[in-house]
Design a protein around this ligand. Structure first.
Ligand SMILES: [Zn+2]
Length: 102
């Protein structure tokens, strides 16, 4: 049986409600992550339900958003979720200066 997109969206919303999810980063709690490279501990405030959405496959830039859909993590905080590197290590690994790649 084929489902239309609106049927799929409706069933997705129902399953999210059954899990008691609120939407859009409203319940941000302080958490820490350790940089995979320099082992520095980085603190950030995130909604645990956004972590769950990300763990279930939603991209970081779509999972950690506020009610308006605006991402609330800084680029450095997003990088911790994507590569496990803190902002300082990422700047060392991927310098903005194009001459650094020659
Ligand atoms: Zn680091």
């Amino acid at each position: 049986m084929r489902h239309t997109l609106s049927q799929i969206n409706t069933s997705l919303k129902v399953s999210q409600c059954e899990k008691g999810w609120r939407m859009y980063g409203e319940n941000r709690e302080l958490m820490t992550m350790t940089c995979a490279h320099c082992k520095k501990i980085v603190g950030m405030r995130v909604d645990p339900e956004d972590i769950e959405r990300h763990a279930e496959g939603l991209f970081v830039q779509h999972a950690f958003v506020d009610r308006e859909g605006t991402p609330y993590l800084t680029p450095a905080e997003r990088e911790m979720w994507i590569s496990g590197c803190c902002g300082e290590c990422w700047d060392l690994l991927c310098p903005r200066d194009k001459l650094a790649y020659n």
